[in-house]
Design a binder for this molecule. Structure first.
Ligand code: G3H
Ligand code: 13P
Ligand code: NA
Ligand code: ZN
Length: 321
C-alpha cells in the first residue's frame, strides 16, 4: 500500500540495507520500477521532482502511482516530493496525496535552512506526512543551481544534531561527494584505468561515519547516487549519441553506504540512461518503426532490469516488503 517512509527506514536501518528512491516522470517509468520491486518483494520510494510535476502534471503522477500501488498490493510504496524548494510546493504535495516531502533549503544559510525546514515539518507532521531535509551541497545541478565539481561543500558533521533537533525532520540528506546527473566528476578529479575509463575519487565515508555517530538511529539519505552504468553510456554512444566521460558512483560504494545508516538512495540518471540507450538502439535497428509502444516497451523493460539489479545487488532490499 501507499505508506510513509517511517517504517521502511526503521527496518532498513536495523537490517543494514537501503530503499531505492527512483524518480518518476511517466507511465513506463512507474511501471518499470514497480514491476521490479513487486516481483522482488521490495519496498520502494517513487519520487517526483518539481520538473516532473511541470512535465506530467501532479494529478497524472499521483494517479499513476495509485495504479502501481493497486497492481502491487504486497509491497510498501512511498510517494515523495524530490527537492521541494518552497513551503508552498511542499504544502501542495502534502495536500495532494504525497506521503513524504523533501524541503531542500541546503543552499540557504544554516539558520534559514532550519527555519524553512521547521515550517514544512510542522505542516507535514500535522497531516501525517514525513519530511526529508538536506545539509551540505552536492556538485551538479540542484534546484536550478549548478554547483561546479570541486565547489561542492560536504556536510559538516558538527551541525547535524542541532539541525535535526531544531527542525524535527525525519531523515537527512548529506553531501559526501555524490553529485547529480550523468557527469558526476570532472576528468581532472579522476584517474583512468587500463581501458581508459575514468575512476572517480572515493566518497567521504569519514564524513558519513561522523554524521552517523552524532545521529544514532537516524536515517541518512544519499542524493546523486546513479552509477551511470558504462553499458548504457556505450549504447548511447554506439547508436548516435554523444556522452563522453559520463561517470557515476561505483556500486560497491553504494552497497557499503546501504549497509550503514543510509536508508534512502536516490536514482534518476540511470533510469534516463537505460531508456535513452535502449530507444536509440531500437531506432537504429528498426528505422521503419514508428509506433511508440514498439520502442517504449524495451525502454520500460530496461528500467525494470536496472531497478531489479539495484534492489538485489546494491540496495539489499529484496524480500524486505
Ligand atoms: O535531483 C534531480 C533529479 O534528478 C530530478 O531532476 O529536476 O530534471 O526532474 P529534474
Ligand atoms: P542521480 O542524478 O545520480 O540519478 O541523482 C538523482 C537524485 O539525487 C534525485 O534527487
Ligand atoms: Na542502511
Ligand atoms: Zn537529488
Amino acid at each position: 500500500g501507499l505508506v510513509t517512509t517511517k517504517e521502511m527506514f526503521a527496518k532498513a536501518y536495523n537490517g543494514g540495507y537501503a530503499i531505492g528512491a527512483f524518480n518518476v516522470n511517466n507511465m513506463e517509468i512507474v511501471q518499470g520500477i514497480t514491476e521490479a520491486a513487486g516481483e522482488l518483494n521490495s519496498p520502494v520510494i517513487l519520487q517526483v521532482s518539481k520538473g516532473a510535476r511541470a512535465y506530467a502534471n501532479h494529478t497524472y503522477l499521483v494517479k499513476l502511482v495509485e495504479a502501481a500501488v493497486q497492481e502491487n498490493p504486497q509491497i510498501p510504496i512511498a510517494l515523495h516530493l524530490d527537492h521541494g524548494d518552497t513551503f508552498e510546493l511542499c504544502k501542495s504535495c502534502i495536500d495532494g496525496g504525497f506521503t513524504s516531502v523533501m524541503i531542500d533549503a541546503s543552499s540557504k544559510s544554516f539558520e534559514d535552512n532550519i527555519a524553512l525546514t521547521k515550517q514544512v515539518v510542522e505542516y507535514a507532521h500535522a497531516h501525517g506526512v514525513v519530511v526529508e531535509a538536506e545539509l551540505g551541497t552536492l556538485a551538479g545541478v540542484e534546484d536550478e543551481v549548478c554547483v561546479e565539481a570541486g565547489h561542492e561543500s560536504y556536510t559538516r558533521p558538527e551541525e547535524v544534531e542541532e539541525f535535526v533537533d531544531k527542525t524535527g525532520c525525519d531523515s537527512l540528506a548529506i553531501a559526501i561527494g555524490t553529485s547529480h546527473g550523468a557527469y558526476k566528476f570532472k576528468a581532472s578529479q579522476c584517474t583512468r584505468n587500463a581501458d581508459g575509463v575514468l575512476v572517480p575519487p572515493p566518497l567521504r565515508f569519514d564524513v558519513l561515519e561522523e554524521c552517523i555517530k552524532r545521529l544514532p538511529g537516524f536515517p541518512i539519505v544519499l542524493h546523486g547516487s546513479s552509477s551511470v552504468p558504462q553499458e548504457f553510456v556505450k549504447m548511447v554512444n554506439q547508436y548516435g549519441g554523444n556522452m563522453p566521460d559520463a561517470i557515476g558512483i561505483p556500486e560497491e560504494e553504494l552497497r557499503h553506504a546501504a549497509e550503514l545508516a543510509v536508508c534512502k538512495i536516490n536514482i534518476d540518471s540511470d533510469i534516463r540512461l537505460a531508456m535513452t540507450g535502449n530507444i536509440r538502439k531500437y531506432f537504429a535497428e528498426h528505422p521503419d518503426h514508428f509506433d511508440p509502444r514498439q520502442y517504449l516497451k524495451p525502454a520500460r523493460q530496461a528500467v525494470k532490469d536496472m531497478v531489479a539489479h539495484k534492489i538485489q545487488y546494491v540496495l539489499g532490499s529484496a524480500g524486505k516488503a
